[in-house]
Design a protein around this ligand. Sequence first.
Ligand code: S3P
Length: 173
Amino acid sequence: IDISIREKNIAFIGFMGAGKTTIGQLVAKKLYRDFIDIDQEIERIHQMPVSQIFEKLGEASFRKMERELIVSLCTGTRLKIISLGGGAYLQEEVKKACLSHCLVFFLDLSWESWKERIPLIIDSRPVLQNKSLDEIEELFMKRRDAYSINHSQFTTSEIDPETAADRIVESLK
Ligand code: S3P
């Protein structure tokens, strides 16, 4: 494994339901690294599901929580694998911290494949509530542009998480 990987965290970014948590966890296991899913960590700290945080405290509070957590994890000494929530990387401070302290992997999938996952993910995602399919597609495309800059990109559409994780680990060698 290349020296750069020994010195850097790995961050997974991408749209909701792209497989960041599942694949991040598998990669962490394969590399014997600690794994942190940012949303799960926020839920643990605040003892509330993300949807409830949005509802009770508002999106701005959630964004502040995720930003502070990500920046502190990125700059910590222990090497780790982190999976970001889909909106986190759109915050400039988060992006900057990730690009300086992590190898950033964008887990991408096609709109067609993503659409099939909607029933599995919609209920727990406050940013998708009350949106038409067209509006969601627009968000998907806009976000995709924001994720695509400056890092490795992996398509997770047609492959199972285990294979995706193997390929990612392989790409680090
Ligand atoms: C969000 C994505 C979610 C979660 C929150 C907001 C977003 O994470 O952080 O609901 O703005 O895209 P996942 O990408 O893990 O679903």
